[in-house]
Design a protein around this ligand. Structure first.
Ligand code: MLT
Length: 391
């Protein structure tokens, strides 16, 4: 038996597992320390009442023979797909039910979609980047090109006609930098992809944090995107589903590459390798899109954005450069005094008991930067900022 040797090209462990191991080692040896975690983007607000009620009712359905559901459609129940269509409709994007695929979250689909693409495609990712895009392509042995996301371009790289790529990853609002593309920026990418017959994999996991109506929340707000882009979205950050798991992927029916429909290939892949998300979770997810659910998740998002405001205020007072925190739950700051990002991570952990994410974990351009999330509680965020200030 031979292994997939591409795995040997990966770092020993996934970024957030490495951080977890470091924090666990530290807390084991310093059990008296009260650690505040603003590292991995995990939410702290509970599921909203509309979701909980819908899931409880769905549990009752599952306990009665006449309302019991066994295997569901692999691509999701119509009740949830219709709710998502309504959500997009309100923003002027019309979707067909067969273009929506319900999954257990954006991370799985972002990795799984690669089943559809030949390993000899060239991949283009921003640097810094959400490590899943890079690691999943390493696993298949694809060639990866990096485009610089730096202060000079406001962390929003634009296409370079001299660079030829087949698969392009875009994440807006961006993880980790918090930068958000405007219509013009996304249009440049759509034009590039159409011209070069490339596919855009658009990660919209943080779209719900965009409050500026002038900024796009979906790539399909850009003309032509349905001919070149797949969109991934998740309820993890939008509605607190990190532990409940539900997301969706949009594969437009007109997406044709190499003489094949990507929508048909993805349907074939999903029906073969996936048995769908549980009925109970899908019922909870559908409740997110009801007027009541949307109002309740908006309150939670405002709660997190108040944390972002507090973090931004504290960094401004400390005269530390940062970006993000507006239309995004991530704050991307420059490590003080030219520190390397893992050194700053250790310093904050050991001297302030605060966990963040070192920028170097997101790529070379992340060196010297550090990510804080706005997903903590108000109390913990406030306390963390006080500790950082006194340090
Ligand atoms: C992050 O912290 O970057 C995210 O929470 C990771 C994820 O969504 O998988």
């Amino acid at each position: 038996m031979k292994i997939n040797r591409n795995y040997l090209n990966l770092k020993d462990s996934y970024l957030f597992s490495t951080i977890n191991q470091k924090v666990t080692a530290y807390t084991t040896s310093h059990p008296e320390k009260k650690i505040i975690r603003l590292g991995i983007g995990d939410v702290t607000r509970p599921l909203c009442p509309a979701v909980v009620d819908a899931m409880k009712a769905a549990c009752d359905d599952q306990g009665r023979a006449d309302t019991f559901h066994g295997y569901g459609p692999e691509q999701g129940y119509d009740f949830l797909k219709d709710a998502i269509r309504g959500y997009y409709d309100k923003r002027g994007t019309s979707l067909e039910p067969q273009e929506i695929f319900i999954s257990d979250g954006a991370k799985s689909d972002v990795g799984n979609i690669l089943d559809l693409f030949s390993p000899d495609n060239t991949v283009l990712v921003p640097d810094p980047v959400y490590p899943v895009y890079v690691d999943t392509n390493f696993m298949d042995g694809r060639k990866i090109l990096y485009m610089n996301a730096r202060k000079e371009n406001h962390f929003l790289p634009l296409p370079d006609e001299n660079v030829k790529a087949d698969i392009i990853y875009l994440c807006s609002p961006n993880n980790p930098t918090g930068a958000v593309y405007d219509h013009q920026g996304l249009k440049a990418w759509v034009d590039y992809a159409l011209k070069n017959q490339a596919v855009i994999l658009f990660d919209a996991a943080y779209e719900a944090f965009v409050s500026d109506p002038a900024l796009p929340r979906s790539i399909y707000e850009i003309e032509g995107a349905k001919n070149c882009a797949i969109e991934f979205c998740s309820l993890s950050k939008t509605a607190g589903f990190t532990g409940t798991r539900c997301g969706y992927t949009i594969v437009p029916t007109q997406l044709q590459f190499d003489g094949a429909s990507l929508n048909k290939l993805w349907l074939r892949r999903q029906t073969t390798k996936f048995n769908g998300v549980s009925y109970i979770v899908q019922k909870g997810a559908a409740a997110v899109f009801t007027p009541e659910g949307l109002m309740q998740i908006k309150e939670n998002i405002s709660y997190y954005m108040e944390n972002a405001r507090m973090i931004a205020e504290a960094l401004t007072q400390m005269d530390i450069y940062f970006t993000g925190g507006k239309n995004s739950p991530y704050i991307w700051l420059q490590c003080p005094e030219g520190m390397a990002s893992w050194d700053y991570f250790d310093l904050l952990l050991e001297k302030a008991g605060v966990v963040g994410t070192p920028g170097a974990g997101f790529g070379q351009n992340g060196e010297g930067f550090f990510r804080l999330t706005a997903f903590g509680t108000h109390e913990a965020t406030k306390e963390a900022l006080e500790r950082i200030k006194s340090l």
